[in-house]
Design a protein around this ligand. Structure first.
Ligand code: DSN
Length: 479
């Protein structure tokens, strides 16, 4: 990241100047976004900074081509170059992750999960008979319709990690299609340790007998034993699907190996490409050969036409992720998360699970008398970009929450090290210690409003600027 290609940097200046002649507001917003990203501590665990070659690959005429279908089997003519792009991206994905099969078309993580769910149903369930539901749009479906749909699917079941334990909406949450297509049951974490209780999970799976056991998370600060997950899935005849969106970079970078690498253990692995993997915004599905033909039907079954420019950028990012430089980056992401966690623990902040061994840290901000919403807002005022998040058994619900999730992938890409993350912890503790909840207009204790003591935002921004200036983003790129 530090040796940004000077030619690309000057190309971006030219491109934005030209764009500005057509729609100056878009050129300005694009420039401003760089200024904002350069000037704030970006700690959102799911964000990163893609390399300039990855970003540049997204902006080409590959975007102009329709290519529904798969390599060599397109519904449109003239797809020979898209075939090359898709083949190269899939080849890199298979080789990097050691997967039998890779599907690089999904536009996002939710798309990847939908492709996977549909493929598993198609592969394992006879005649889903969707037509029984009638011709209504999905938004019109009543609970009776959903019941009919689930009957048509053969009353299939899904089991994933609960949202408040760190799971994702698409793992069977009731307000997501995954919780509508399937009967769902979730597994949580041990109330004492905050860790996955594999024995309890196995007992629950034995009782529930899911078709799909989903492993993976978006806010669980620990590694998962995927060998154990596969044992549990096998014991009930379930398909093990792992959503590695958050930690794909740690798998690619060989930080998660053996039982912690999902690819050798899962039937199907889904991911996004823009989080710790540091690629373009998009998704991917890896699988054993058994599921390949059904996953290949992702477009047009579930997805719109593939975005060739994004598949090209995935190929470039995957090529970057094969390097030893990326492996060093991935190890630094994990080491920095540990330094961040230690920085909080030594300053008395409660962390869910008492620490981390992946790329994220989950603060329990009730120890500061705050909701997640208040903490998130006060941190934004001070130039720290994070997101509020539920914690297990959250007393404040999913909207206000009691947690703040912080991740290290983005700032590690800028070159932040362990000492820098200790300083980040110090700054955040300063902000949270100087924030108090404000009462609502009725005088009741509020969950959203807050008061940040005078001077704290300015001193945090000044200290953050020192750290950020020492680790510039896209050095050489002047717009
Ligand atoms: N939005 C992603 C995250 O922040 O974790 C997951 O979809």
């Amino acid at each position: 990241m530090s040796n940004v290609n000077a030619e690309l940097a000057s190309a971006y200046k030219t491109i934005l100047d030209v764009v500005g002649r057509t729609e100056p507001r878009i050129a300005d917003a694009t420039r401003q976004e760089l200024t904002d990203q350069r000037g704030s501590l970006k700690l959102i665990a799911s964000e990163n900074y893609a390399s300039l070659p990855v970003l540049a690959t997204m902006g080409t005429w590959l975007s102009d081509k329709y290519a529904e279908g798969t390599v060599g089997h397109r519904f449109y003519a003239g797809c020979q170059n898209v075939d090359t792009v898709e083949s190269v991206a899939a080849e890199h994905a298979r080789e990097l992750f050691g997967a039998e099969y890779a599907y690089v078309q999904p536009h996002s993580g939710i798309d990847a999960n939908l492709v996977a769910y549909w493929a598993i149903l198609a592969n394992r369930v006879e005649s889903p008979a969707l037509e029984q539901v009638g011709a209504k749009t999905v938004n019109d479906l009543t609970e009776e319709d959903w019941e009919a749909l689930r009957r048509a699917f053969g009353e299939q079941r899904i089991m994933g990690m609960s949202l408040d334990a760190g799971g994702h909406l698409t793992h069977g949450f009731r307000h997501n299609i995954s919780g509508k297509m399937f009967h769902q049951r979730s597994y949580g974490t041990d109330p004492e340790t905050g860790l996955i209780d594999y024995d309890a999970l196995a007992a629950s799976a034995k009782e529930f007998k899911p078709l799909i056991l989903v492993a993976g998370y978006s806010a669980y600060p620990r590694r998962v034993n995927f060998a154990r997950m596969r044992e549990i899935a096998d014991s009930v005849g379930a398909v093990l699907m792992v959503d590695m969106a958050h930690f794909a970079g740690l798998v690619a970078g060989k930080v998660f190996t053996g039982d912690e690498n999902p690819v050798p253990h899962a039937h199907v692995v889904t991911t996004t490409t823009h989080k710790s993997l540091r690629g373009p915004r998009g998704g991917m599905v890896l699988a054993t050969k058994e599921f390949a033909a059904d996953i290949d039907r992702g477009c047009p079954m579930v997805l719109g036409g593939p975005l060739a420019h994004m598949m090209a950028a995935k190929a470039v990012a995957l090529a970057e992720a094969r390097t030893t430089e990326f492996q060093t980056y991935a190890q630094n992401v994990a080491d920095n998360a540990k330094a961040l966690a230690d920085g909080f623990l030594k300053r008395g902040t409660r962390l869910v699970t008492g620490g981390t061994d992946n790329h994220l840290v989950l603060l329990d901000v009730t120890s500061y008398g705050l909701t997640g919403r208040q903490a998130e807002s006060a941190l934004i005022d001070a130039g720290v970009i994070s997101n509020r998040n539920s914690i297990p058994q959250d007393p404040n619900g999913a909207w206000y929450t009691s947690g703040v999730r912080l991740g290290t992938p983005a700032l590690t890409s800028r070159g932040f090290g362990a000492d820098d993350f200790d300083r980040v912890a110090e700054l955040i503790v300063d902000v949270l210690s100087n924030t108090t909840p404000a009462a609502t207009s009725t005088g009741a204790p509020g969950k959203a409003k807050y008061v940040l003591a005078d001077g704290v935002a300015d001193r945090t921004k000044a200290a953050a600027a020192e750290l950020l200036d020492a680790h510039p983003l896209y050095p050489g790129l002047e717009l």
